[in-house]
Design a protein around this ligand. Sequence first.
Ligand code: NAD
Length: 288
Amino acid sequence: MVQLATTPASAVGRGGEATGIISAMTSPATQVSNPFRLAGRVALVTGAGSPDGIGRAIARLFAAAGAAVALVDQDAAGAEANAAAIGDRALGAFADVTRPDSVAEAVTLIEQRLGPVDILLNNAGITRSTPLWETSLEEFDTVLAINLRGGFVCLQAVLPGMMRRGYGRIIWLSSIAGKQGGGVFGTAHYAASKAGVIGLCQSAARQLGPYGITSNAIAPGLVLTGLLPRTGGAEMADRLRQDVERTVPLRRAATAEDVANAALFLASEAASYVTGEIVDVNGGAYFD
Ligand SMILES: NC(=O)c1ccc[n+]([C@@H]2O[C@H](COP(=O)([O-])OP(=O)(O)OC[C@H]3O[C@@H](n4cnc5c(N)ncnc54)[C@H](O)[C@@H]3O)[C@@H](O)[C@H]2O)c1
């Protein structure tokens, strides 16, 4: 039986409300054995530097669940600001996931400051709204280098330690786009990168299972972060959101916290026999 602490500041949403799983976890009245605790674990979240992104939400939730969290991003100042808002057991640092030397440097720093990485969240990603017939090879390569190869670079950086210790949790950010030939923008390079993430995730699940390492992905539909407005403009993002609110069975887009809740499940002991799974967080927009 685990006696849970009262709600830490890091579990409190922008409006002051406790969010998602954490509100149930941290209720003083809760006295149940809690498989969602991550105490003693170290999590590395890539792409965790944006002010309203999925990476930030995951880092906040994991910290509230007891993990030490490293937030890395090519936007070092953003990662540091998000880490500072979480508190002492969070570290913000620069890492460009396209550059193995940069990722290795960040992992060395994290291991010195927080300890060996138990949980890798491959979240860094970009999207583009360019139609297939106008997409340059350069843009294609950029999207693939960050969204697909970047996750592999990060996996390589933490894998030797995980294999030695016989424990690891790898969680990948795929997308509904990787399952249905494109997401809200419908672009080919983004869809290809996110379908590739599913292949990598499932191959890792097969090959790393015997080492005590699970590998799972999350495939969100539209999530209300700055990604779309920054990429396609506020007006286009608003139109896409309204389409989703009209057509998706649950009649709303996802919040970053909806995605973080799925990540917490996959990182936790509750998912110890789950690997190679692609968890849809899309409000019923697509089933397979
Ligand atoms: N927002 C959505 O609707 C949605 C839907 C499905 C999947 N996703 C995926 O979720 C992930 C997070 O998206 P988000 O909506 O939070 O976007 P976001 O733009 O808020 O966060 C992405 C972060 O990745 C960082 N990044 C980009 N290139 C990088 C690099 N080379 N090295 C390190 N960091 C880099 C950016 O600086 C940014 O902070 C992405 O992989 C995205 O494809 C998002």
